[in-house]
Design a protein around this ligand. Structure first.
Ligand SMILES: [Zn+2]
Length: 496
């Protein structure tokens, strides 16, 4: 069996299609054409969106857009938002402004998630409430206003009710996550977060005047979520090379990579709320969402850094704390992941691997997974193990693949290094952006023991192969190695 290395994985950047590297999310037709021309293996999923609008005063275009999509005579619009204090624009909140704007021409019903005293979660309880309202009001179009969670529930609930029948417009009120421009919802099932294929919004509206008014930590969280596109694709590429994932396509990475680096370069300007830097952030976030949509799964911007974040969220309830901003946690996770990658790239000697020792049995792993999660609940531990089992079973078939991978290590290493950003540069730019670099700086803060647990146990959580799985199976990912990662992060003024 030969190792499954995809073509031109970053080998020759000069050969990249400039239309992909400069992908403009507001020009979906142009992007589709560039993808079509480059998708020789036909691995990409279609972008099922009609329009993305990123501009000043974009919400004023809502009536025109609704008229275009709401085909019935009743003009029934269901507005969906959460109950957080809205950002002010003039004397009205953005949500009220939209409500009054639409009420002039449409029959508007406003559904508000009741989350006055807690953080809204994308779970069955909340999605059912919205589904009931959709069925009762029977709208011709749903307009969701808010952040990632509201968007995830809107995508999920409308999909549950009638798949993609009812048009969905999303008005993004902060650049907090990249969950807007894809057909995936991150939902909590049995206490565990999972990405579920749902639907795209038909239209995504990012009003830069609204974004500018959003709390700075929310936009910085979006910047943090974007950082995962520096490590997620590396994990994805490795999983593909080890036959643990077959969705990898260069196209999804190419549309993000160059603009990610531009965003990193613009970090200091972001801290100054520079309009062009915010526009770039909006663009990069949206593109990373599209990359996930093209891949048909979240891998292009979700590797081990995201799994660490999911673990932190999973134990929030039992620790009696709200979840911190997703992207803020992701940013810190990206620092850990980058350091782990750096150590591997600099020190790994493939000949030192004892291949026979790389494939633990289910009996060996079950108590380890249970030990990692049963302090949260037996149900969570069971759920994690049932997912982990699938990964382990597939991994146990890869002995020959691993052999070939180790023989080809130098090629793989060169390809990864083409896209690799060093932890020193990453953390320096994060500091310039004003982005928190420690778990202890989250709101609410995450204590050292919890942070360390999330990093250490992330590979046991789900059926997604990342760098940390590889490090674990080759015998590197142990207390000592994790400590080394923590110390290196600490030396950069980052980490726990
Ligand atoms: Zn994310």
């Amino acid at each position: 069996m030969s190792i499954n290395v995809p073509s031109c994985g970053g080998k020759d950047m000069s050969m990249k299609d400039i239309r992909l590297e400069q992908a403009d999310p507001c020009d979906l037709e142009g992007l589709r054409e560039a993808i079509r021309d480059n998708d020789k293996e036909q691995k990409t999923c279609p972008i099922e969106m009609d329009r993305i609008i990123i501009q000043n005063r974009a919400i004023e275009r809502l009536p025109e857009i609704i008229n275009e999509f709401a085909k019935g005579d009743k003009k029934k619009v269901l507005l969906v938002s959460d109950a957080t204090s809205p950002y002010l624009r003039g004397s009205k909140s953005v949500k009220e402004e939209i409500y009054f704007l639409l009420s002039r021409s449409f029959d508007v019903n406003w559904f508000v998630f009741d989350n006055h005293d807690h953080v809204l979660h994308a779970d069955d309880e909340e999605s059912k409430k919205l589904e009931e309202r959709i069925k009762a009001f029977d709208p011709e179009i749903v307009v969701g206003i808010g952040g990632g969670t509201v968007t995830d529930i809107c995508k999920y609930s409308t999909y549950q009710v009638d798949q993609k029948e009812t048009p969905l417009v999303i008005v993004q009120t902060a650049l907090s996550v990249n969950a807007f421009s894809d057909g995936i919802s991150i939902m909590i099932k049995n206490g565990v977060k999972d990405s579920i294929e749902t639907r795209y919004p038909n239209v995504l509206i990012i009003d830069l005047d609204v974004i500018e008014k959003a709390p700075v930590e929310r936009n910085l969280a979006g910047y943090g979520d974007c950082l995962s596109t520096l490590t997620g694709p590396l994990d994805w590429y490795m999983a593909n090379a080890l036959n643990m994932n077959h969705s990898y396509t260069d196209i999804a990475v190419d549309i993000m990579h160059k603009q990610d680096l531009q965003l990193l370069e613009a970090s200091a300007r972001l801290a100054q709320k520079d309009q062009e830097a915010l526009r770039l952030l909006a663009r990069v976030l949206t593109i990373s969402g599209l990359a996930m949509g093209i891949a048909g799964e979240s891998c292009p911007s979700s590797g081990s850094e995201h799994i660490m974040t999911h673990l932190l969220d999973m134990c929030a309830d039992i620790q009696n704390r709200d979840v911190a901003f997703h992207g803020a946690q992701v940013a810190v996770g990206t620092v850990f992941a980058t350091i782990a990658w750096d150590i591997l790239l600099e020190e790994f000697e493939p000949k030192s691997v004892d291949i026979d020792a790389c494939f633990p049995t289910e009996e060996e792993m079950k108590p380890i997974v249970h030990e990692a999660f049963s302090w949260i609940s037996e149900q969570a531990a069971e759920e994690c193990f049932s997912r982990y089992q699938k990964k382990l079973a597939l991994w146990r078939e890869q002995k020959e693949t691993l052999k070939a991978f180790l023989e080809n290590w130098d090629t793989f290493r060169t390809e990864i290094k083409e896209r690799f950003v060093k932890p020193e540069y990453l953390v320096k730019q994060m500091h310039e952006a004003g982005c928190p670099t420690h778990y202890a700086q989250m709101t609410p803060m995450i204590d050292k023991a919890t942070g360390r647990w999330a990093v250490q146990c992330c590979h046991l959580y789900r059926n997604r192969f990342t760098l940390i799985d590889f490090l674990y199976y080759i015998g590197w990912w142990n207390d000592e190695f994790v400590e080394r990662v923590m110390e290196r992060a600490g030396a950069l003024d980052a980490g726990l």
